[in-house]
Design a protein around this ligand. Structure first.
Ligand code: SAH
Ligand code: SF4
Length: 400
């Protein structure tokens, strides 16, 4: 028996007004299309107008169409009817004694992320951005892994983290000399390769020469090893690659990074070797969290050397950052140094860095309760040591 439904009789749902598109999250070609589709700008002028607006937003950092002094008043009003260039709200701002800055940003009600700026890493200073709120992967040593995914961030929300840091650092216009923000690392909350479309758009926007102009070789994406997306990451973004390795055999990596069960080490290493643009000047960073009695023996250091043999690489040893309820402990300092020495002898740069901004991370407990879930995980997630190590020899790379 078949039943036919007459959908024409169903009352149309009342359309909620669509929020205006935030132009900050559109690449220049996307902006051309959006301006044309909206009818605000006629087709022939869209490309020129898009570059003009893009420069106002990403070179000058304006947050109001009224500030675009070389755009006709009537056009500005029409732009404001269709679009926005407003920033999300900064809920909390903290500055550490060592100059580390941290912002808690509310993207939407209940959608909050932390972004951290660390001075004196990379060429001048680096910003650690989030790509998701929460994470679907459950790495056993990571507190974000215990939090369900709230949602992916949009390109506008990823770019907004950079814009807010630049507002605070006084980095507009973007071609200012002696810039403090020289590097970006996707090492905040979330797995960037599970949100690659938005991450790639954000990287295109951040690196665009008409705007913020942070070179793609100063942008690093850290992944737990989503092997099928590695090629696309390289092709779409030409970003520097960081891999959260943490173990040298499948049995242990299955426990630490459960995604390993899906993409085991042989597949991961093959994917890394094939990463577009890998060379001595563009090395992959292996992140290795130091867990006492779990993965920190000299034998494991030697196994690591063997595993990554032939890959242009550096290793970033991250002292484990403990969190309430975890069974893991950070390795003793002597064990970390012994581990690093084996890597160094094999010719690998393997920086160990003391976490920065400890004082403001400690003060995080005073943040508001509605953001607690996100904040608590983000706090542990944003591993200062990890970030500093990834960017350790940025100068050498720039010179290469
Ligand atoms: N999801 C991505 C990117 C964010 S994690 C990834 O896993 O690579 C950034 C880095 O911080 C990763 O290397 C991650 O393994 C590490 N990390 C997570 N929790 C940590 C902790 N408690 N202590 C030290 N490093 C941690
Ligand atoms: Fe997710 Fe990365 Fe944490 Fe693993 S380490 S749970 S992939 S954020």
């Amino acid at each position: 028996m078949s039943v036919t439904l007459d959908l024409s009789r169903v009352a149309p749902a009342v359309d909620a007004p669509k929020p205006p598109i935030n132009l900050s999250g559109l690449t220049r070609p996307q902006m051309v299309a959006a301006l044309t589709e909206s009818g605000v700008v006629e087709h022939g002028k869209a490309k020129m107008r898009a570059t003009q607006i893009f420069r106002w937003v990403h070179h000058r950092g304006v947050t109001d169409f009224a500030q675009m002094s070389d755009v006709a008043k009537e056009t500005r009003a029409r732009l404001a009817d269709h679009f926005t260039i407003a920033r999300p709200e900064v809920v909390e701002r903290q500055v550490s004694k060592d100059g580390t800055r941290k912002w808690l940003i509310r993207m939407a009600p209940g959608v909050e992320v932390e972004t951290v700026y660390i001075p004196s890493v990379g060429r001048a200073g680096a910003l650690c951005v989030s790509s998701q709120v929460g994470c679907t992967l459950n790495c056993s040593f990571c507190h974000t892994g215990t939090q369900a995914l709230v949602r992916n961030l949009t390109a506008a929300e990823i770019v907004a983290q950079v814009q807010i840091a630049k507002d605070d650092l006084g980095e507009w216009p973007s071609d200012k000399e002696d810039r403090l923000l020289s590097n970006i690392v996707f090492m905040g909350m979330g797995e960037p390769l599970y949100n690659l479309g938005q991450v790639a758009d954000a990287i295109e926007i951040i690196s665009d020469n008409e705007g913020i102009t942070i070179s793609r070789r100063r942008i690093t994406v850290s992944t737990s090893g989503v092997v099928p997306q590695l090629q696309a990451l390289g092709d779409k973004t030409q970003a520097m690659l960081a891999i959260s390795l943490h173990a040298t055999n499948d049995a242990l990596r299955d426990v630490l990074v459960p995604l390993n069960k899906k993409y085991p080490l042989d597949q991961l290493m093959a994917g890394i070797r094939a990463y577009p643009g890998l060379s001595n000047a563009r090395r992959v960073t292996f992140e290795y969290v130091m867990l006492k009695g779990v993965n920190d023996s000299p034998d494991e250091a030697r196994a690591l050397v063997k595993l990554i043999k032939g890959i242009p690489a550096k290793v970033n040893l991250i002292p484990f950052n403990p969190w309430p309820g975890t069974d893991y402990q950070c390795s003793d300092w002597a064990a970390i140094e012994a581990f690093a020495a084996i890597l160094n002898r094999a010719g690998y740069s393997s920086p160990i860095r003391t976490p920065r901004g400890r004082d403001i991370l400690a003060a995080c407990g005073q943040l508001k309760s509605e953001s607690e879930k996100v904040r608590a995980s983000a706090m542990r997630k944003l591993s200062m040591a990890a970030m500093a190590g990834v960017l350790d020899d940025d100068e050498d790379e720039a010179a290469a």
